[in-house]
Ligand binder design. Structure first.
Ligand SMILES: Cc1cc2nc3c(=O)[nH]c(=O)nc-3n(C[C@H](O)[C@H](O)[C@H](O)COP(=O)(O)OP(=O)(O)OC[C@H]3O[C@@H](n4cnc5c(N)ncnc54)[C@H](O)[C@@H]3O)c2cc1C
Ligand code: SF4
Length: 499
Protein backbone atom coordinates (compact mmCIF):
# COMPACT_ATOMS: atom_id res chain seq x y z
CA UNK A 1 0.00 0.00 0.00
CA UNK A 2 2.85 2.36 0.86
CA UNK A 3 4.54 1.40 -2.42
CA UNK A 4 1.37 2.29 -4.27
CA UNK A 5 1.34 5.82 -2.89
CA UNK A 6 5.06 6.29 -3.57
CA UNK A 7 4.89 4.98 -7.15
CA UNK A 8 1.92 7.27 -7.80
CA UNK A 9 4.10 10.17 -6.64
CA UNK A 10 6.69 9.18 -9.26
CA UNK A 11 9.12 7.43 -6.91
CA UNK A 12 11.05 4.33 -7.95
CA UNK A 13 10.34 1.58 -5.44
CA UNK A 14 12.19 -1.71 -4.95
CA UNK A 15 10.07 -4.23 -3.04
CA UNK A 16 12.09 -7.00 -1.34
CA UNK A 17 9.92 -10.01 -0.44
CA UNK A 18 11.33 -13.11 1.16
CA UNK A 19 8.65 -15.42 -0.18
CA UNK A 20 7.50 -16.24 -3.72
CA UNK A 21 4.22 -15.56 -5.50
CA UNK A 22 1.61 -18.21 -4.64
CA UNK A 23 0.76 -20.15 -7.84
CA UNK A 24 -2.96 -19.81 -8.61
CA UNK A 25 -5.22 -22.33 -10.31
CA UNK A 26 -7.42 -25.29 -9.37
CA UNK A 27 -4.91 -26.65 -6.84
CA UNK A 28 -5.59 -23.64 -4.59
CA UNK A 29 -9.07 -25.04 -3.95
CA UNK A 30 -7.87 -28.44 -2.76
CA UNK A 31 -8.49 -28.91 0.97
CA UNK A 32 -4.76 -29.46 1.48
CA UNK A 33 -4.00 -25.98 0.04
CA UNK A 34 -5.18 -24.27 3.22
CA UNK A 35 -2.57 -22.10 4.94
CA UNK A 36 -2.45 -24.67 7.72
CA UNK A 37 -0.84 -27.22 5.41
CA UNK A 38 0.78 -24.92 2.81
CA UNK A 39 4.43 -25.08 1.87
CA UNK A 40 4.85 -21.27 1.66
CA UNK A 41 6.18 -21.33 5.16
CA UNK A 42 9.87 -20.87 5.76
CA UNK A 43 10.91 -23.39 8.40
CA UNK A 44 14.57 -22.33 8.15
CA UNK A 45 13.78 -19.23 10.15
CA UNK A 46 10.96 -20.61 12.30
CA UNK A 47 10.27 -18.60 15.43
CA UNK A 48 9.75 -20.04 18.90
CA UNK A 49 6.48 -19.49 20.70
CA UNK A 50 7.40 -19.58 24.40
CA UNK A 51 3.90 -18.89 25.70
CA UNK A 52 0.49 -18.09 24.23
CA UNK A 53 -1.13 -20.58 21.91
CA UNK A 54 0.67 -23.64 20.64
CA UNK A 55 4.07 -23.50 22.27
CA UNK A 56 6.96 -24.58 20.04
CA UNK A 57 8.48 -23.85 16.69
CA UNK A 58 6.32 -22.00 14.13
CA UNK A 59 7.32 -21.37 10.53
CA UNK A 60 6.03 -17.96 9.40
CA UNK A 61 4.03 -17.51 6.20
CA UNK A 62 6.10 -15.89 3.47
CA UNK A 63 4.68 -15.02 0.06
CA UNK A 64 4.21 -12.06 -2.24
CA UNK A 65 1.20 -10.16 -0.89
CA UNK A 66 1.79 -11.44 2.65
CA UNK A 67 -1.02 -12.83 4.78
CA UNK A 68 -3.58 -10.98 2.68
CA UNK A 69 -3.28 -13.76 0.07
CA UNK A 70 -4.81 -16.18 2.57
CA UNK A 71 -6.97 -13.74 4.47
CA UNK A 72 -10.72 -14.01 4.85
CA UNK A 73 -11.28 -10.78 2.86
CA UNK A 74 -13.17 -9.01 5.69
CA UNK A 75 -12.26 -5.35 5.12
CA UNK A 76 -13.85 -3.39 7.95
CA UNK A 77 -13.17 0.16 9.08
CA UNK A 78 -12.48 0.52 12.77
CA UNK A 79 -14.86 2.76 14.69
CA UNK A 80 -14.19 6.39 15.69
CA UNK A 81 -13.75 5.42 19.35
CA UNK A 82 -11.07 2.88 18.42
CA UNK A 83 -8.64 5.74 17.78
CA UNK A 84 -9.05 7.09 21.30
CA UNK A 85 -7.43 4.44 23.52
CA UNK A 86 -9.83 3.99 26.42
CA UNK A 87 -8.41 5.44 29.67
CA UNK A 88 -8.08 2.00 31.27
CA UNK A 89 -5.94 0.72 28.37
CA UNK A 90 -3.99 3.95 27.96
CA UNK A 91 -3.20 4.29 31.67
CA UNK A 92 -1.86 0.78 31.94
CA UNK A 93 0.06 0.57 28.65
CA UNK A 94 0.67 4.13 27.49
CA UNK A 95 -1.04 3.35 24.17
CA UNK A 96 -1.92 6.59 22.45
CA UNK A 97 -3.07 7.08 18.86
CA UNK A 98 -1.34 10.06 17.21
CA UNK A 99 -4.38 10.78 15.01
CA UNK A 100 -8.14 10.35 14.99
CA UNK A 101 -10.57 8.51 12.73
CA UNK A 102 -11.29 11.68 10.74
CA UNK A 103 -7.59 11.93 9.84
CA UNK A 104 -7.58 8.36 8.55
CA UNK A 105 -10.97 8.52 6.79
CA UNK A 106 -9.66 9.64 3.36
CA UNK A 107 -7.13 6.78 3.45
CA UNK A 108 -9.82 4.27 4.39
CA UNK A 109 -11.70 5.47 1.30
CA UNK A 110 -8.58 5.02 -0.84
CA UNK A 111 -7.81 1.58 0.66
CA UNK A 112 -11.41 0.46 0.00
CA UNK A 113 -11.07 1.66 -3.61
CA UNK A 114 -7.77 -0.15 -4.17
CA UNK A 115 -9.08 -3.34 -2.55
CA UNK A 116 -12.47 -3.10 -4.29
CA UNK A 117 -14.39 -3.55 -1.05
CA UNK A 118 -18.05 -4.61 -1.36
CA UNK A 119 -20.25 -3.41 1.47
CA UNK A 120 -23.31 -1.57 2.71
CA UNK A 121 -23.30 -0.06 6.19
CA UNK A 122 -26.87 1.29 6.22
CA UNK A 123 -27.86 -1.07 9.06
CA UNK A 124 -24.55 -0.95 10.94
CA UNK A 125 -25.41 0.46 14.41
CA UNK A 126 -21.82 1.65 15.04
CA UNK A 127 -20.87 2.84 11.54
CA UNK A 128 -18.32 5.63 11.38
CA UNK A 129 -18.82 8.51 8.92
CA UNK A 130 -17.61 7.91 5.36
CA UNK A 131 -16.86 10.35 2.54
CA UNK A 132 -17.62 7.94 -0.32
CA UNK A 133 -19.85 4.93 -0.86
CA UNK A 134 -18.36 1.44 -0.95
CA UNK A 135 -16.81 0.67 -4.36
CA UNK A 136 -19.12 -2.36 -4.78
CA UNK A 137 -22.47 -3.55 -3.49
CA UNK A 138 -22.36 -6.73 -1.42
CA UNK A 139 -23.43 -10.01 -3.01
CA UNK A 140 -27.04 -11.06 -2.31
CA UNK A 141 -27.45 -13.24 0.77
CA UNK A 142 -27.39 -16.99 0.25
CA UNK A 143 -29.98 -19.23 1.92
CA UNK A 144 -27.67 -19.96 4.85
CA UNK A 145 -27.10 -16.25 5.43
CA UNK A 146 -30.85 -15.54 5.25
CA UNK A 147 -31.27 -18.23 7.91
CA UNK A 148 -28.59 -16.60 10.06
CA UNK A 149 -30.03 -13.13 9.47
CA UNK A 150 -33.30 -14.27 11.02
CA UNK A 151 -31.44 -15.91 13.91
CA UNK A 152 -29.56 -12.65 14.62
CA UNK A 153 -32.83 -10.68 14.55
CA UNK A 154 -34.48 -13.25 16.85
CA UNK A 155 -31.59 -12.80 19.27
CA UNK A 156 -32.37 -9.08 19.39
CA UNK A 157 -29.30 -7.99 17.38
CA UNK A 158 -28.74 -6.34 14.00
CA UNK A 159 -27.39 -8.22 10.97
CA UNK A 160 -25.07 -6.02 8.88
CA UNK A 161 -23.37 -7.02 5.61
CA UNK A 162 -19.72 -7.86 6.26
CA UNK A 163 -17.56 -5.66 3.98
CA UNK A 164 -15.43 -7.92 1.78
CA UNK A 165 -12.43 -7.30 -0.50
CA UNK A 166 -13.77 -9.57 -3.22
CA UNK A 167 -14.42 -8.85 -6.88
CA UNK A 168 -18.04 -9.49 -7.92
CA UNK A 169 -17.79 -7.68 -11.25
CA UNK A 170 -16.94 -9.56 -14.43
CA UNK A 171 -17.15 -6.46 -16.65
CA UNK A 172 -13.82 -5.09 -15.40
CA UNK A 173 -11.61 -7.66 -17.14
CA UNK A 174 -11.25 -9.63 -13.88
CA UNK A 175 -12.79 -12.94 -12.96
CA UNK A 176 -15.74 -12.55 -10.62
CA UNK A 177 -16.07 -14.57 -7.42
CA UNK A 178 -17.71 -17.97 -7.87
CA UNK A 179 -18.57 -18.25 -4.15
CA UNK A 180 -16.49 -21.33 -3.58
CA UNK A 181 -15.98 -22.48 -0.01
CA UNK A 182 -12.18 -22.09 -0.13
CA UNK A 183 -11.60 -18.44 0.74
CA UNK A 184 -10.55 -17.88 4.37
CA UNK A 185 -7.08 -19.50 4.82
CA UNK A 186 -6.83 -20.25 1.06
CA UNK A 187 -5.37 -18.30 -1.86
CA UNK A 188 -8.11 -17.62 -4.43
CA UNK A 189 -7.75 -20.04 -7.36
CA UNK A 190 -9.21 -17.56 -9.86
CA UNK A 191 -7.84 -14.28 -8.51
CA UNK A 192 -11.22 -12.89 -7.45
CA UNK A 193 -10.10 -12.16 -3.90
CA UNK A 194 -8.66 -8.65 -3.82
CA UNK A 195 -5.53 -9.52 -1.87
CA UNK A 196 -2.55 -7.16 -1.99
CA UNK A 197 -0.71 -9.16 -4.64
CA UNK A 198 -3.70 -9.35 -6.99
CA UNK A 199 -5.27 -5.92 -6.49
CA UNK A 200 -2.31 -3.68 -5.67
CA UNK A 201 1.08 -5.11 -6.63
CA UNK A 202 0.28 -6.77 -9.97
CA UNK A 203 -1.09 -3.59 -11.62
CA UNK A 204 2.00 -1.60 -10.47
CA UNK A 205 4.75 -4.06 -11.30
CA UNK A 206 7.01 -2.66 -14.01
CA UNK A 207 5.39 0.78 -13.72
CA UNK A 208 7.75 2.21 -11.13
CA UNK A 209 7.64 -0.84 -8.85
CA UNK A 210 10.41 -3.43 -9.07
CA UNK A 211 9.53 -6.61 -7.16
CA UNK A 212 12.26 -9.06 -6.08
CA UNK A 213 10.94 -12.23 -4.53
CA UNK A 214 13.04 -14.76 -2.65
CA UNK A 215 14.89 -11.79 -1.12
CA UNK A 216 15.27 -12.31 2.64
CA UNK A 217 16.16 -9.02 4.32
CA UNK A 218 18.37 -9.87 7.30
CA UNK A 219 19.44 -6.47 8.63
CA UNK A 220 19.38 -2.74 8.09
CA UNK A 221 22.50 -0.60 8.42
CA UNK A 222 22.47 2.97 9.77
CA UNK A 223 24.83 5.81 10.49
CA UNK A 224 24.45 9.46 11.46
CA UNK A 225 20.74 9.09 12.11
CA UNK A 226 19.93 7.61 8.69
CA UNK A 227 19.45 4.12 7.29
CA UNK A 228 22.18 3.59 4.73
CA UNK A 229 21.41 0.16 3.40
CA UNK A 230 19.44 -3.05 3.50
CA UNK A 231 21.26 -6.38 3.60
CA UNK A 232 19.93 -9.82 2.89
CA UNK A 233 20.10 -13.18 1.18
CA UNK A 234 19.01 -13.93 -2.39
CA UNK A 235 17.50 -17.44 -2.17
CA UNK A 236 17.44 -18.18 -5.91
CA UNK A 237 21.07 -17.24 -6.52
CA UNK A 238 22.29 -18.32 -3.10
CA UNK A 239 24.24 -15.15 -2.46
CA UNK A 240 24.03 -12.10 -0.22
CA UNK A 241 22.66 -8.77 -1.48
CA UNK A 242 22.89 -5.20 -0.33
CA UNK A 243 20.87 -2.18 -1.48
CA UNK A 244 21.17 1.49 -0.67
CA UNK A 245 18.06 3.69 -0.67
CA UNK A 246 17.06 7.24 0.14
CA UNK A 247 14.17 5.96 2.24
CA UNK A 248 13.38 2.52 3.64
CA UNK A 249 9.82 1.42 4.41
CA UNK A 250 9.58 -1.67 6.59
CA UNK A 251 6.39 -3.72 6.18
CA UNK A 252 7.40 -7.22 7.24
CA UNK A 253 4.51 -7.79 9.67
CA UNK A 254 4.17 -7.44 13.44
CA UNK A 255 6.54 -10.33 14.23
CA UNK A 256 9.16 -9.91 11.47
CA UNK A 257 9.49 -6.09 11.61
CA UNK A 258 10.56 -5.95 15.28
CA UNK A 259 12.72 -9.00 14.53
CA UNK A 260 14.62 -7.00 11.90
CA UNK A 261 14.85 -3.89 14.06
CA UNK A 262 16.15 -5.84 17.05
CA UNK A 263 18.55 -7.86 14.86
CA UNK A 264 19.88 -4.54 13.51
CA UNK A 265 20.38 -3.14 17.03
CA UNK A 266 17.93 -0.27 16.40
CA UNK A 267 16.44 -0.64 19.87
CA UNK A 268 19.55 1.15 21.11
CA UNK A 269 19.21 4.27 18.93
CA UNK A 270 16.60 6.12 20.99
CA UNK A 271 15.12 5.65 24.51
CA UNK A 272 11.79 4.63 22.91
CA UNK A 273 13.64 1.64 21.39
CA UNK A 274 13.00 -0.18 24.68
CA UNK A 275 9.41 -0.65 23.51
CA UNK A 276 10.39 -2.33 20.20
CA UNK A 277 8.97 -5.84 20.26
CA UNK A 278 6.68 -5.20 23.25
CA UNK A 279 2.92 -4.58 23.53
CA UNK A 280 2.03 -7.38 21.10
CA UNK A 281 -1.72 -7.70 20.62
CA UNK A 282 -3.46 -10.42 18.56
CA UNK A 283 -7.20 -10.21 19.37
CA UNK A 284 -8.85 -12.56 21.80
CA UNK A 285 -10.88 -14.56 19.30
CA UNK A 286 -12.73 -17.85 19.04
CA UNK A 287 -14.77 -19.82 16.55
CA UNK A 288 -18.14 -21.06 17.79
CA UNK A 289 -19.65 -23.87 15.72
CA UNK A 290 -23.30 -24.74 16.30
CA UNK A 291 -24.61 -28.20 15.41
CA UNK A 292 -28.05 -28.29 13.75
CA UNK A 293 -30.33 -31.21 12.89
CA UNK A 294 -30.59 -29.78 9.36
CA UNK A 295 -27.91 -28.69 6.87
CA UNK A 296 -27.72 -24.89 7.19
CA UNK A 297 -25.88 -24.45 3.88
CA UNK A 298 -27.52 -26.77 1.33
CA UNK A 299 -26.09 -24.70 -1.55
CA UNK A 300 -22.51 -25.33 -0.30
CA UNK A 301 -21.32 -21.80 -1.04
CA UNK A 302 -19.02 -19.15 0.44
CA UNK A 303 -21.14 -17.49 3.09
CA UNK A 304 -19.04 -15.14 5.17
CA UNK A 305 -21.66 -12.43 4.71
CA UNK A 306 -22.92 -11.06 8.02
CA UNK A 307 -21.49 -9.03 10.87
CA UNK A 308 -22.96 -8.22 14.31
CA UNK A 309 -21.78 -5.04 16.03
CA UNK A 310 -24.48 -4.56 18.67
CA UNK A 311 -22.09 -5.53 21.48
CA UNK A 312 -19.11 -3.57 20.20
CA UNK A 313 -19.47 -0.82 22.77
CA UNK A 314 -21.13 -3.05 25.37
CA UNK A 315 -24.43 -4.83 25.68
CA UNK A 316 -26.86 -2.46 27.40
CA UNK A 317 -29.23 -5.34 28.16
CA UNK A 318 -26.55 -7.47 29.81
CA UNK A 319 -26.85 -8.26 33.50
CA UNK A 320 -23.05 -8.44 33.87
CA UNK A 321 -20.83 -5.54 32.74
CA UNK A 322 -23.47 -3.82 30.54
CA UNK A 323 -21.17 -0.97 29.42
CA UNK A 324 -18.09 -3.07 28.76
CA UNK A 325 -17.02 -3.00 25.09
CA UNK A 326 -16.96 -6.58 23.82
CA UNK A 327 -16.09 -6.71 20.11
CA UNK A 328 -17.58 -8.15 16.94
CA UNK A 329 -19.24 -11.37 15.78
CA UNK A 330 -18.89 -12.50 12.15
CA UNK A 331 -20.36 -15.28 10.10
CA UNK A 332 -17.95 -17.99 8.94
CA UNK A 333 -18.14 -20.26 5.94
CA UNK A 334 -18.38 -23.96 6.75
CA UNK A 335 -14.74 -25.10 6.81
CA UNK A 336 -13.43 -28.05 4.78
CA UNK A 337 -13.76 -31.17 6.90
CA UNK A 338 -9.99 -31.82 6.72
CA UNK A 339 -9.39 -28.48 8.39
CA UNK A 340 -11.96 -29.24 11.09
CA UNK A 341 -10.30 -32.58 11.62
CA UNK A 342 -6.92 -30.95 12.18
CA UNK A 343 -8.36 -28.94 15.07
CA UNK A 344 -10.41 -31.72 16.69
CA UNK A 345 -9.31 -33.63 19.77
CA UNK A 346 -7.31 -36.69 18.61
CA UNK A 347 -10.00 -39.26 19.50
CA UNK A 348 -12.50 -37.45 17.23
CA UNK A 349 -10.06 -37.30 14.30
CA UNK A 350 -10.84 -40.94 13.47
CA UNK A 351 -14.54 -40.19 12.95
CA UNK A 352 -15.64 -39.65 9.30
CA UNK A 353 -16.50 -35.95 9.48
CA UNK A 354 -17.89 -35.02 6.09
CA UNK A 355 -21.60 -35.42 6.88
CA UNK A 356 -21.14 -34.04 10.39
CA UNK A 357 -19.47 -30.83 9.14
CA UNK A 358 -22.45 -30.05 6.88
CA UNK A 359 -24.62 -29.77 10.00
CA UNK A 360 -22.43 -27.02 11.46
CA UNK A 361 -22.73 -23.28 11.19
CA UNK A 362 -20.01 -21.06 12.57
CA UNK A 363 -19.46 -17.61 14.02
CA UNK A 364 -16.15 -15.89 14.71
CA UNK A 365 -15.99 -13.73 17.84
CA UNK A 366 -13.27 -11.09 18.08
CA UNK A 367 -12.53 -9.12 21.24
CA UNK A 368 -9.99 -6.36 21.65
CA UNK A 369 -7.03 -7.45 23.76
CA UNK A 370 -4.99 -5.15 25.96
CA UNK A 371 -1.50 -4.06 24.94
CA UNK A 372 0.73 -5.29 27.77
CA UNK A 373 4.47 -4.62 28.11
CA UNK A 374 5.13 -8.29 29.02
CA UNK A 375 3.71 -9.54 25.68
CA UNK A 376 5.95 -9.44 22.64
CA UNK A 377 9.02 -10.66 20.80
CA UNK A 378 12.69 -10.88 21.71
CA UNK A 379 15.75 -12.21 19.90
CA UNK A 380 18.17 -14.88 21.06
CA UNK A 381 21.61 -13.95 19.74
CA UNK A 382 23.06 -17.30 20.79
CA UNK A 383 20.77 -19.13 18.33
CA UNK A 384 21.29 -17.95 14.74
CA UNK A 385 19.13 -19.17 11.83
CA UNK A 386 20.58 -20.22 8.43
CA UNK A 387 20.11 -16.66 7.11
CA UNK A 388 22.26 -15.30 9.93
CA UNK A 389 19.40 -13.81 11.95
CA UNK A 390 19.10 -14.29 15.70
CA UNK A 391 16.16 -16.58 16.53
CA UNK A 392 12.86 -14.80 17.26
CA UNK A 393 10.97 -15.71 20.44
CA UNK A 394 7.31 -14.82 20.94
CA UNK A 395 5.46 -14.81 24.23
CA UNK A 396 1.94 -13.70 24.98
CA UNK A 397 -0.58 -14.05 27.78
CA UNK A 398 -4.11 -12.67 27.70
CA UNK A 399 -5.30 -10.57 30.60
CA UNK A 400 -8.35 -11.56 32.63
CA UNK A 401 -10.22 -8.74 30.94
CA UNK A 402 -9.37 -10.08 27.44
CA UNK A 403 -10.65 -13.54 28.34
CA UNK A 404 -13.79 -12.15 29.94
CA UNK A 405 -14.69 -10.18 26.81
CA UNK A 406 -14.26 -13.29 24.68
CA UNK A 407 -16.34 -15.37 27.10
CA UNK A 408 -19.20 -12.85 26.92
CA UNK A 409 -19.02 -12.73 23.12
CA UNK A 410 -19.01 -16.53 22.85
CA UNK A 411 -22.15 -16.59 24.96
CA UNK A 412 -23.85 -14.13 22.59
CA UNK A 413 -22.71 -16.09 19.52
CA UNK A 414 -24.25 -19.24 21.01
CA UNK A 415 -27.50 -17.37 21.68
CA UNK A 416 -27.69 -16.38 18.00
CA UNK A 417 -26.97 -19.90 16.76
CA UNK A 418 -29.42 -21.37 19.27
CA UNK A 419 -32.14 -19.04 17.92
CA UNK A 420 -31.41 -20.50 14.49
CA UNK A 421 -31.90 -24.06 15.76
CA UNK A 422 -28.40 -25.16 16.79
CA UNK A 423 -28.52 -27.34 19.91
CA UNK A 424 -24.91 -28.29 20.56
CA UNK A 425 -21.75 -26.18 20.35
CA UNK A 426 -18.05 -26.55 19.81
CA UNK A 427 -15.80 -23.58 20.66
CA UNK A 428 -12.27 -23.28 19.37
CA UNK A 429 -10.09 -20.54 20.85
CA UNK A 430 -7.87 -19.01 18.18
CA UNK A 431 -4.27 -19.44 19.21
CA UNK A 432 -2.42 -18.22 16.12
CA UNK A 433 -0.69 -14.87 15.60
CA UNK A 434 -2.64 -14.17 12.40
CA UNK A 435 -3.80 -10.80 13.80
CA UNK A 436 -0.49 -9.78 15.41
CA UNK A 437 -0.24 -6.02 15.98
CA UNK A 438 1.42 -3.33 18.08
CA UNK A 439 5.07 -4.42 18.44
CA UNK A 440 6.57 -1.21 16.97
CA UNK A 441 3.75 1.08 17.89
CA UNK A 442 3.30 4.69 16.91
CA UNK A 443 2.40 7.36 19.42
CA UNK A 444 2.30 11.07 19.99
CA UNK A 445 4.53 10.79 23.06
CA UNK A 446 8.25 10.05 22.87
CA UNK A 447 7.82 6.65 24.53
CA UNK A 448 6.48 5.02 21.37
CA UNK A 449 9.11 3.75 18.88
CA UNK A 450 7.31 5.43 15.96
CA UNK A 451 6.25 9.04 15.71
CA UNK A 452 2.84 10.02 14.31
CA UNK A 453 4.16 9.65 10.75
CA UNK A 454 5.36 6.06 11.41
CA UNK A 455 8.98 7.19 11.35
CA UNK A 456 11.26 5.24 13.70
CA UNK A 457 12.47 7.63 16.39
CA UNK A 458 16.23 8.03 16.08
CA UNK A 459 16.34 7.57 12.29
CA UNK A 460 15.17 10.11 9.74
CA UNK A 461 14.47 7.84 6.78
CA UNK A 462 12.94 4.62 8.15
CA UNK A 463 9.17 4.11 8.24
CA UNK A 464 7.39 1.06 9.70
CA UNK A 465 3.93 0.69 8.20
CA UNK A 466 2.60 -2.83 8.89
CA UNK A 467 0.42 -4.13 11.71
CA UNK A 468 3.20 -3.52 14.22
CA UNK A 469 2.52 0.24 14.02
CA UNK A 470 -1.05 0.05 15.44
CA UNK A 471 -1.04 0.86 19.18
CA UNK A 472 -4.32 -0.92 19.98
CA UNK A 473 -6.18 -3.79 18.32
CA UNK A 474 -9.88 -2.73 18.36
CA UNK A 475 -12.45 -5.51 18.12
CA UNK A 476 -12.41 -5.78 14.33
CA UNK A 477 -10.18 -7.28 11.62
CA UNK A 478 -7.00 -5.24 11.17
CA UNK A 479 -6.25 -5.48 7.42
CA UNK A 480 -8.06 -2.38 6.15
CA UNK A 481 -6.69 -0.23 8.98
CA UNK A 482 -3.13 -1.43 8.29
CA UNK A 483 -3.69 -0.61 4.60
CA UNK A 484 -5.13 2.85 5.30
CA UNK A 485 -2.36 3.69 7.75
CA UNK A 486 0.32 2.63 5.25
CA UNK A 487 -1.24 4.94 2.62
CA UNK A 488 -1.32 7.74 5.21
CA UNK A 489 2.32 7.25 6.27
CA UNK A 490 3.50 7.15 2.64
CA UNK A 491 1.50 10.30 1.91
CA UNK A 492 3.21 12.08 4.83
CA UNK A 493 6.58 10.89 3.53
CA UNK A 494 5.90 12.26 0.03
CA UNK A 495 4.76 15.57 1.56
CA UNK A 496 7.80 15.85 3.83
CA UNK A 497 10.18 14.98 0.99
CA UNK A 498 8.73 17.61 -1.33
CA UNK A 499 9.16 20.41 1.24
C1 LIG B 1 -5.92 -17.09 7.71
C2 LIG B 1 -5.98 -15.61 7.93
C3 LIG B 1 -7.18 -14.94 7.73
C4 LIG B 1 -7.24 -13.56 7.94
N1 LIG B 1 -8.40 -12.92 7.66
C5 LIG B 1 -8.45 -11.57 7.76
C6 LIG B 1 -9.62 -10.87 7.35
O1 LIG B 1 -10.61 -11.45 6.90
N2 LIG B 1 -9.61 -9.52 7.46
C7 LIG B 1 -8.51 -8.83 7.94
O2 LIG B 1 -8.56 -7.61 8.01
N3 LIG B 1 -7.41 -9.49 8.34
C8 LIG B 1 -7.34 -10.83 8.24
N4 LIG B 1 -6.20 -11.49 8.58
C9 LIG B 1 -5.07 -10.70 9.10
C10 LIG B 1 -4.36 -9.94 7.99
O3 LIG B 1 -4.11 -10.79 6.90
C11 LIG B 1 -3.07 -9.38 8.56
O4 LIG B 1 -3.40 -8.56 9.68
C12 LIG B 1 -2.34 -8.50 7.57
O5 LIG B 1 -2.09 -9.18 6.35
C13 LIG B 1 -1.01 -8.08 8.18
O6 LIG B 1 -0.39 -7.21 7.28
P1 LIG B 1 1.10 -6.78 7.50
O7 LIG B 1 1.42 -5.83 6.42
O8 LIG B 1 1.27 -6.35 8.91
O9 LIG B 1 2.00 -8.10 7.36
P2 LIG B 1 2.00 -9.35 6.38
O10 LIG B 1 0.72 -9.49 5.63
O11 LIG B 1 2.46 -10.50 7.21
O12 LIG B 1 3.13 -8.98 5.32
C14 LIG B 1 4.50 -9.01 5.65
C15 LIG B 1 5.29 -9.37 4.42
O13 LIG B 1 6.68 -9.22 4.69
C16 LIG B 1 7.39 -10.35 4.22
N5 LIG B 1 8.61 -10.49 5.04
C17 LIG B 1 8.68 -10.80 6.36
N6 LIG B 1 9.96 -10.82 6.76
C18 LIG B 1 10.70 -10.49 5.69
C19 LIG B 1 12.11 -10.34 5.49
N7 LIG B 1 12.99 -10.53 6.48
N8 LIG B 1 12.57 -10.01 4.23
C20 LIG B 1 11.69 -9.81 3.20
N9 LIG B 1 10.34 -9.97 3.34
C21 LIG B 1 9.86 -10.27 4.58
C22 LIG B 1 6.41 -11.51 4.41
O14 LIG B 1 6.74 -12.62 3.60
C23 LIG B 1 5.09 -10.83 3.98
O15 LIG B 1 4.90 -10.87 2.60
C24 LIG B 1 -6.09 -12.86 8.38
C25 LIG B 1 -4.89 -13.54 8.58
C26 LIG B 1 -4.83 -14.90 8.36
C27 LIG B 1 -3.52 -15.62 8.56
S1 SF4 C 1 -15.12 -17.21 -2.37
FE1 SF4 C 1 -14.71 -16.03 -4.23
S2 SF4 C 1 -12.94 -14.74 -3.70
FE2 SF4 C 1 -13.05 -16.36 -2.16
S3 SF4 C 1 -11.68 -17.95 -2.93
FE3 SF4 C 1 -13.75 -18.48 -3.67
S4 SF4 C 1 -13.90 -17.52 -5.69
FE4 SF4 C 1 -12.12 -16.60 -4.64
Amino acid sequence: MAAHRLVRAGWRVLLLERGDPVPRGPRCAEPSATLEFMPCRDSRSAYRVDSGGRVGSVAGTTCLGGLSVFFGAAAVRWREADFVADPETADRSGACWPFRYTDLEPYYTEAERLLGVAGDDATDPTRPPRSAPFPQRPAPLFAVSEWLRHAILDAGATPTPLPLAINYDSSNGRTACTFCRHCDTFACAIGAKNDVETAVLAPMTGRGLDVRTGAVVTSLAASNGRVTGVRGWDKANQRPFEHAARHVVLAAGALASPHLLLASGFDRLHPSGRAIGRFLTRHCAAIVEGFCNFRPDPEKVFHKQLLVLDYYFGDPRAREAPGQPLGSIQQLTTPPHLLMKAHMPRFLQQVPLHGFVEHLSGLLVMAEDEPQARNGVTVDRSDVDPYGMPRLHVSHRYSGRDLERRRLLVRRAKRILRRGGAWSFYTLDIETFSHALGTVRMGANGEAPLDGDCRLRGLQNLLVVDGSALPTSAGLNPGLTIAANALRAADRLVDADSR
